[in-house]
Design a protein around this ligand. Structure first.
Ligand SMILES: *[C@@H]1O[C@H](CO)[C@@H](O)[C@H](O)[C@H]1NC(C)=O
Ligand SMILES: *[C@@H]1O[C@H](CO)[C@@H](O)[C@H](O)[C@H]1NC(C)=O
Ligand SMILES: *[C@@H]1O[C@H](CO)[C@@H](O)[C@H](O)[C@H]1NC(C)=O
Ligand SMILES: *[C@@H]1O[C@H](CO)[C@@H](O)[C@H](O)[C@H]1NC(C)=O
Ligand SMILES: *[C@@H]1O[C@H](CO)[C@@H](O)[C@H](O)[C@H]1NC(C)=O
Length: 323
C-alpha cells in the first residue's frame, strides 16, 4: 500500500462508509431473522420476461445486498444492449449500466453484451445501488430506449445477510477476538484477533458435535495456506472453508493445537442460518487486501464486529476497478 494522498482520501472514505455501515448492519439484522432459505444461488427473484423473439432468457437470484446471480442466461448479442438497473418496475432511460463481465476494466467504456448461450454468472450492482434500491433489472438498448427482457425485483424480497456470532471463547494462549461474522456460506470474518502464536501445532478447524475435537477439518488461514498459525495482534482477518464444506454442515469453528489436543477458543455455529450463498462474491485474496488497507481508526468498528458487507463490497468494486 502506498501512502499517497489518493490512498488517504480512500481511507477517509472507507471510515465514512464504515460509520454508516454500523447502522446499516443493525438494520439488516432486524430483517434477518425468520425465513430459513438455504438456496444454492440465493433468493429467486424471477425469470427474464420480454417480447418473444428477442430471446433473452434466464433466472435471477439475489445473492446478497450487492450481488445478483444470473442463471442459465441466453441472449443472441445482436443489439447494442447492456444490463441495466432502474428504480422503476418498467425499465426506462432512468437507469444505470451494470458491467458485464464482472471485473471489467472500469476505465473503459462499458462493453455491449456479447452473445451468451446458457451461461451463469454473478452481477455486482454498480455504485451505491443495492437490491433494495432498485426495482428492475433489464437487458436494455439505450439507443432505442428499449428493453429486450427484464425482471421486476419484488418489494418484500428477503435478501440473505451475513450473520454476527459471539466472539471466540477465551480458553488459552491469549486468544480473543471481536464478534465473528459469517459473511457467506463459506467465509468467516474475524475482527480484532489476538493470539500469542505459541501453540506449536495450531490451526483453525471446523467440525461436528457439541464440543471441538481434533477430528475436524483444517481451515486455511487468511493467506489461504495451511501453515501453523502465527501470532495475531488485533488484525481483522477473513478465512474460507474448503470447497467441500459450508457453515450449514459444521457445528463449531475452533483454534486448536493438534499435537496437544488443546482448545484455545471457539465459536458455535447456529443451526438456523440464512446467509448468502458462497458464489465467489467474497474473494479471500481481495478481502485480505481490503482488510489490510483499513485504517487503524476504523478498528473500533471491527471490534464491535460491524464491518459491513456494504463496506466490503464498495471496496471490492474499487479493487476490481484497479485490477
Ligand atoms: C483498462 O483499459 C484501459 C483503456 O482501454 C487500458 O489502457 C488499461 O491498460 C486497462 N487496464 C487493465 C488493467 O486492463
Ligand atoms: C443450460 O445449462 C443447464 C446447466 O447449467 C442445463 O441444466 C440446461 O439443460 C441447459 N439448458 C439448455 C437450453 O441448454
Ligand atoms: C456480539 O456478541 C455478543 C454475544 O457474545 C452479543 O451479545 C452482541 O450483541 C454481539 N454484537 C453484535 C454487534 O451483534
Ligand atoms: C458434519 O456432518 C455432516 C453430515 O451430518 C457432514 O456432511 C459434514 O461433512 C461434517 N462436517 C465435518 C467438518 O466433518
Ligand atoms: C474437505 O476437504 C479437505 C481438503 O480440501 C479434506 O482434508 C477434508 O477431509 C474434507 N472434509 C470433509 C468433511 O469432507
Amino acid at each position: 500500500m502506498t501512502a499517497g494522498t489518493e490512498s488517504l482520501v480512500g481511507r477517509r472514505l472507507v471510515v465514512e462508509n464504515l460509520k454508516s455501515l454500523a447502522v446499516y448492519l443493525l438494520f439488516l439484522q432486524a430483517f434477518a431473522s425468520g425465513s430459513a432459505q438455504k438456496e444454492p444461488y440465493g433468493v429467486e427473484l424471477g425469470d427474464f420476461e420480454g417480447q418473444t423473439g428477442l430471446g433473452v432468457t434466464g433466472k435471477v437470484y439475489a445473492v446478497d445486498e450487492k450481488n445478483l446471480y444470473i442463471k442459465d442466461f441466453t441472449y443472441d448479442g445482436k443489439e447494442d444492449a447492456f444490463f441495466w438497473v432502474g428504480t422503476d418496475e418498467n425499465p426506462s432511460a432512468e437507469g444505470i449500466i451494470v458491467k458485464y463481465p464482472e471485473g471489467a476494466n472500469n476505465t473503459e467504456e462499458p462493453r455491449k453484451l456479447p452473445a451468451l448461450n446458457n451461461v451463469s454468472f454473478l452481477l455486482r450492482l454498480p455504485q451505491s445501488t443495492t437490491i433494495r434500491s432498485i426495482k428492475s433489472l433489464a437487458v436494455w438498448n439505450p439507443e432505442k430506449t428499449e428493453s429486450l427482457g427484464s425482471v421486476v425485483i419484488p418489494k418484500d424480497v428477503s435478501v440473505p445477510v451475513p450473520k454476527v456470532l459471539p466472539e471466540f471463547s477465551r480458553l488459552a494462549h491469549d486468544l480473543r477476538s471481536g464478534n465473528v461474522t459469517i459473511l457467506d456460506a463459506r467465509t468467516f470474518l474475524i475482527p480484532d484477533l489476538h493470539y500469542d502464536g505459541k501453540g506449536p501445532d495450531a490451526y483453525f478447524m471446523v467440525g461436528n458435535g457439541s464440543k471441538p475435537h481434533g477430528k475436524g477439518t483444517k481451515v486455511p488461514n487468511e493467506l489461504g495456506d495451511l501453515n501453523v498459525l502465527r501470532a495475531y495482534r488485533g488484525q481483522t482477518i477473513a478465512i474460507q472453508l474448503p470447497e467441500n464444506l459450508t457453515v450449514y454442515n459444521i457445528d463449531w469453528l475452533v483454534m486448536w493445537c493438534i499435537q496437544y489436543k488443546h482448545n484455545f477458543g471457539y465459536v458455535t455455529i447456529p443451526k438456523d442460518l440464512n446467509v448468502p450463498p458462497a458464489l465467489g462474491q467474497n474473494k479471500i485474496g481481495v478481502l485480505s487486501r481490503l482488510i489490510l488497507s483499513l485504517p487503524r481508526s476504523s478498528l473500533w468498528i471491527a471490534k464491535s464486529c460491524v464491518l459491513s458487507p456494504r463496506a466490503i463490497n464498495n471496496k471490492l468494486s474499487e479493487n476490481v476497478r484497479h485490477q
